[in-house]
Ligand binder design. Structure first.
Ligand code: FSO
Ligand code: SF4
Length: 538
């Protein structure tokens, strides 16, 4: 293989295969891809050393592993220089760990990622890649919990052991087992983040969020990090600046400690990440990216973009650990916002969207929901969610939602929700229950699982026996982490689209299909009929 780069970690991988030229479809340069490979190789070498030392991983070491893995997620970091700086930090930490070890262990070099990308056995390459990409997604969620003060030593240790296993394990059975262990740990990570978010900011409550931007200075905040959100709200309070969420930040409106405490959190700007280049065109306000998905910047708004945490883009002001957002605030005041109230409509032309239907809010109505099912008012539940993306075939998810009959409920989450969250589907007839329930961000798949488990408990059946169909859209590595968690919990029959991951070899895809009945989406009509048909007797 003499390509300049090799990357096949996301749904956009060129030709459904891999990005191999001078740049990826996402805009990542070969130089950045190379730096990210070097960083990952250094992280694996570091993890191997830590495992060899056999001592509990220290918090700064764990944080470094998380930052390193998070940095390599799709649409997080486009700056090779910051990636190289992080690699140097990993080397320094590794040298420090080595120097203090007594007796001195055998030296461990960096892992060469070409060994993985050029692994001759496609199933081994596939299984190892699946674990690595799942770990990257998990790292992001663990990082968000950590900045809120929530950690778990077992999770930190798992990052070490799993990464070091990638360097040497060649047994397919053991690697398949590692995929499942990664899924179970992903579930634990999402549980930790749920605890961090809900303990810090309260249980989300249903709220109707306007898509109209009020006149005057405002800031748009994108990404998943609620700690960044809190810091920004604190620093802008009383300054005459409104705050609008973007993409995966929308569910922040549901958290009482954010929404109720900071009335200048006014609404949501725009839709899912892939529309940002169009929606941010000439925007009279700054945009703060706290995580992915940032896209290559267009000149019309590049001067008003800011990054924080592990997000980085060449030439763009980065707000470091201080989380001092003064430059963002100054930019908002300088640009001044719209001169009159301006609607940025949803993908179906809507002017408001609802969110905040996380586990606590939904389960508050559990009795009502169970009664409605028993009385035949609710026939079926669908979990239609995951990440959005550019592929036109993603229209499937809007079409699917539109086709669902009125006596069904759609749970949704993550940025894929923007395909359907402004559809006027109203409430389930004979009940006050909205037909679309936005559970939250992609990590709130944990919350959706809790809802499913509680319903299964109420009906005295397993989740797989519920009148529930799961239709997921995936894009990047957090979605891989969520999917692995669902599979590890034994959830069968998930439909996945718009395409299956390029890193799943035919052998591994077949194994997943056989064990979990994982299947690709087909057409909205056929899939809907199959979902409803499979529970026709309910
Ligand atoms: Fe979307 Fe991007 Fe949440 Fe992802 S904004 S695609 S899975 O980063 O994280 O759903
Ligand atoms: Fe290609 Fe996705 Fe990798 Fe970007 S992250 S280089 S689009 S596979």
């Amino acid at each position: 293989m003499d390509e300049k780069m090799f990357c096949f970690q996301c749904e956009q991988a060129a030709n459904g295969c891999a990005c191999v030229g001078n740049a990826g479809v996402c805009g990542k340069s070969a130089e950045t891809a190379d730096a990210q490979d070097a960083l990952t190789g250094a992280l694996i070498g570091f993890a191997e050393l830590l495992v060899e030392l056999g001592q509990p991983i220290q918090p700064p070491q764990a944080l470094l592993l998380l930052e390193g893995l998070f940095t390599t997620i799709t649409n997080v970091n486009f700056d090779p220089e910051t990636v190289r700086q992080l690699t140097e930090k990993v080397w320094e930490a590794k040298n420090a760990a080595f120097a203090t070890a007594c007796p001195a262990p055998a030296p461990v070099g960096d892992y060469d990622m070409k060994q993985l990308w050029q692994e001759p056995d496609e199933d081994i390459r596939s299984l190892k890649s699946t674990v690595l990409f799942g770990l990257r997604g998990m790292a992001a969620y663990t990082y968000h919990a950590r900045v809120l003060g929530y950690t778990d030593g077992e999770i930190d240790t798992f990052f070490c052991t799993a990464l070091s296993t990638l360097a040497h394990e060649q047994d397919k059975e053991k690697l398949f087992q590692l995929v499942q262990e990664t899924g179970l740990m992903a579930y634990r990570v999402m549980e930790l983040l749920d605890k961090a978010n809900t303990t810090t900011f309260g249980d989300p409550e249903p709220v109707e969020v306007p898509l109209t931007i009020q006149k005057g200075p405002f800031i748009v905040i994108s990404g998943h990090d609620l700690y960044d959100m809190k810091c920004l709200l604190e620093q802008t309070a009383g300054k005459g600046i409104s705050i609008y969420t973007h993409s995966e930040m929308l569910p922040a409106h549901g958290y009482p400690e954010l929404k109720q405490k900071y009335p200048h959190l006014k609404g949501n700007f725009g839709t899912a990440w892939q529309n940002q280049q169009r929606e941010f065109e000439d925007i009279p306000a700054p945009i703060l990216f706290t995580t992915n998905c940032i896209m290559p910047l267009r000149p019309s708004y590049a001067d008003r973009v800011f990054t924080t945490s592990v997000v980085s883009y060449p030439g763009i002001v980065h707000i470091g650990e201080s989380r001092d957002f003064s430059p963002v605030i100054a930019k908002a005041l300088e640009l001044g916002g719209y001169e009159k109230d301006t609607l940025v409509p949803g993908m179906n032309g809507g002017s408001t969207v609802a969110t905040g239907f996380a586990r606590d809010a939904v389960l508050h109505h559990a009795g009502e929901i169970v009664e409605a099912v028993k009385a035949g008012k609710i026939r079926h539940f669908f979990l239609v969610g995951g990440c959005d993306g550019t592929r036109p075939s993603r229209r499937y998810y809007t079409e699917f939602a539109k086709l669902t009959p009125p006596d069904t409920v759609l749970l949704t989450l993550a940025c894929g929700k923007f395909r359907l969250n402004d559809l006027p589907l109203g409430t389930v007839p004979g009940t006050g229950l909205p037909r679309i329930l936005d559970v939250g961000q992609c990590n709130d798949a944990y919350s959706a699982i809790q809802i499913a488990l509680a319903l299964a408990d109420a009906f005295g059946c397993s989740v797989n026996e519920l009148p529930l169909s799961i239709i997921l859209c995936w894009f990047e590595q957090k979605a891989v982490c969520v999917l692995l968690a669902l599979l590890a919990l034994g959830i069968r029959g998930i439909r996945l689209g718009p395409t299956l991951p390029a890193f799943l070899s035919p052998g591994v895809a077949a194994a997943l299909q056989q064990k979990y009945d994982l299947k690709p989406i087909t057409t909205p009509e056929a899939d809907l009929a199959a979902c409803l048909g499979s529970h026709a007797a309910d």
